[in-house]
Design a protein. Structure first.
Length: 264
């Protein structure tokens, strides 16, 4: 028996939202509830009130990969999620470098919250640091693979099967993001028109809602949502440390196409 279909995601630049919804489409059932945990207010509500599912529910989860791990502001929510045996379809998105330990971390978090993982997938999206890396991804081939993951989930439900120990990764996990000292974030140029879009898309409220729209570097998680969303191209990362990372990514990821990986 299949109850409600939920999608649950953290998606500052939209890749994980697209993926979660495409996987849910493959389930061949309408989405009953959409849990967008990108904005800080939504996450605070989960922390305050909790989030519960039923054993007949199917939950499609997706989050981006940051330095081989899940964003900490997403992973910390699982202590407030009560799955009660709901079936889970796990997915992560990454910028054509590697997903490292993020998918196995998601599996562990889901199992700890009481989910029964059915299958999992890792998918490429445009890198948040450089639009040329993973450019135009996800594309039609990626979407087909996302739909396929949803169809696999349906088969696993009928088989009453779990994914078990099939997801690659390491325990203990890799270190992940190391905070920069001193911290840095996007800077604002004279092209800023004070439209405030950057503040509305920041997932950690690092940009004041009423301006001036200057990022608090200590709060910034380097998701680059504000840079991607700015209609004037007025925001950018200029710190030399960031430029070194981008250069390294260009050397290893620019001319390589990594394909979706599915696990069932």
């Amino acid at each position: 028996m299949v109850g409600h279909v939920h999608v649950l995601y953290f998606s500052p630049t939209g890749n994980s939202r697209t993926t979660a919804n495409a996987v849910a489409f493959g389930l061949e059932a309408g989405i009953d509830l959409n849990h967008d945990l990108t904005c800080r207010a939504a996450r605070k509500e989960v922390e305050r009130s909790g989030l519960s599912f039923d054993s007949n529910d199917i939950v499609v989860l997706c989050a981006p990969v940051y330095a081989g791990r899940l964003p900490s502001c997403f992973s910390c929510l699982f202590s407030s999620i009560h799955a009660n045996g709901a079936r889970a379809v796990l997915s992560v998105t990454y910028g054509n470098r590697a997903y490292d330990d993020a998918l196995i971390e998601l599996e562990d978090l889901c199992c700890g919250a009481g989910f029964v993982p059915l299958c999992a997938g890792a998918f490429v999206g445009m890198h948040s640091y450089d639009r040329r890396i993973g450019a135009d991804r996800p594309d039609a081939k990626d979407l087909d693979a996302m739909h396929a993951l949803g169809r696999i989930a349906l088969e696993k439900i009928e088989e009453q099967a779990s994914i078990a120990e099939k997801i690659p990764g390491n325990r203990p996990y890799r270190q992940g993001i190391v905070p920069s000292v001193p911290p840095y974030g996007p800077i604002v140029s004279g092209f800023c028109t004070r439209c405030g879009i950057c503040a509305t898309v920041c997932p950690v409220d690092a940009i004041p809602a009423t301006g001036p729209y200057i990022t608090d570097p200590a709060a910034c998680i380097h998701c680059c949502a504000c840079i991607r969303a700015c209609p004037e191209g007025a925001r950018s990362m200029e710190d030399l440390r960031h430029q070194v990372i981008v250069k390294r990514l260009e050397q290893g990821c620019l001319d390589v196409r990594r394909e979706p990986e599915l696990f069932s």
